[in-house]
Design a protein around this ligand. Structure first.
Ligand code: KG4
Ligand code: ZN
Length: 335
């Protein structure tokens, strides 16, 4: 039987990435060109700059992936590319590159949902066991996703306002920390005390939805009020208190969902999954629960990458899903 090789391409935000996955689970090439340095001075991702960087980097990145894997295009079973959600111009650069390669080499093309990708990053370290629950926490999304089988995603809860990563980035900006703020807050949080009382948005009883904008405003107000009174709050304590609130809500709601849905596996996905405090809290809560497998990908598979897109694409390929050359960017694509 011929090995399955999927080339993944990801350009939905500020990473230009290409990867090749063998038989759905083995990484044979993984290349990520980050643009963070170019966006830093603007305090966030500038869409037009992102698209221009993708165009410059794409060829270099997928050629490097082919070289790492030591494959030719004739060896590829399919090309999987992020179709959405994301920045429309950024998405289009990857989609057009994928279409050009698919057409030129006669290879099937498969559009992949970015969040499906984040979830499937977990399959690169552990086979999925259904039913499962995925806690997806990224710059654009905060969702609890229930899966009965491959490719079947039921969003049982989501953020009503800011995503967790967005809240991290906004609070970081308030504290004068560089973009992206998540890792900086994470580091400060470990050096400070969660001594400041901040709210937790539980929402209605039994709800798996999230809300982080009130917490973000509370941090801003607390800093403002302290300043007016001439009190100097230690940014480390602010970071620790903010992080404690975020983690408390994420872990508590996840625990309630795990109990309600009787899942066999709990997955962590998305850029905020790189958070040390969150990883530790999930491990202490879930790693020794009988009948439950906790899967947390390494940091490089949590933030945006193309290995996750190829991994999700592999399942679609097996299901016979194909996109045609009319594939278009879909910035608001639903899971
Ligand atoms: O998944 P991702 O790379 O891009 C999106 O699809 O959004 O997530 C990026 C987000 C940013 O908001 C970033 O601040 C956050 O992930 N992030 C973190 C950490 N590392 C990255 N947030 C908290 N703690 C971290 N260690
Ligand atoms: Zn992402």
């Amino acid at each position: 039987e011929k090995d399955q090789y999927i080339l993944g391409i990801e350009t939905s935000c500020d990473e230009t990435a290409a990867s090749i996955i063998k038989n759905g689970r083995e990484i044979v090439a993984n290349v990520v060109a980050s643009q963070i340095e170019s966006h830093k001075r603007f305090g966030g991702v500038v869409p037009e700059i992102a698209s221009r960087h993708h165009v410059e980097q794409l060829t270099i990145v997928f050629e490097e992936a082919m070289k790492q894997a030591d494959l030719t295009f004739a060896d590829l079973s399919a090309i999987a590319v992020t179709e959405g959600p994301g920045l429309v111009g950024a998405l289009l650069t990857g989609i057009n590159a994928a279409k050009a390669l698919a057409f030129a080499h006669g290879i099937p093309l498969i559009g992949v949902h970015h969040i499906a990708g984040h979830i499937y990053a977990n399959r690169l370290i552990h086979e999925l066991e259904f039913p499962l629950l995925a806690l997806v926490v990224s710059g654009g999304h905060t969702e609890l996703v229930y899966m009965r089988e491959h490719g079947d995603f039921e969003v049982i809860g989501e953020t009503l306002d800011d995503a967790a990563g967005e809240a991290y980035d906004k609070v970081a900006r308030t504290l004068g920390l560089p973009y992206p703020g998540g890792p900086h807050i994470d580091k400060l949080a470990h050096e400070g005390q969660a001594s400041i009382d901040l709210p937790r948005a539980w929402l209605s009883e039994g709800s798996f939805d999230f809300s982080f904008s009130g917490l973000k405003s509370a941090v801003i107000n607390t800093l403002h009020n302290a300043k007016q009174k001439g009190i100097e709050l230690d940014p480390k304590d602010v970071a620790a208190s903010f992080q404690a609130s975020v983690i408390d809500v994420l872990v508590t709601k996840t625990a309630q969902a795990v109990d309600k849905y009787h899942v066999k596996q709990l997955l962590l996905a998305g850029g905020v999954a790189a958070n040390k405090g969150l990883r530790t809290a999930l491990e202490s809560e879930f790693s020794s629960r009988e009948g439950l497998t906790l899967t947390i990908p390494p940091l490089s598979l949590c933030t945006d990458n193309a290995a996750m897109i190829a991994a999700a694409g592999s399942i679609l390929y097996e299901k016979g899903v194909r996109s045609d050359l009319a594939l278009n960017a879909n910035p608001g694509l639903e899971l």
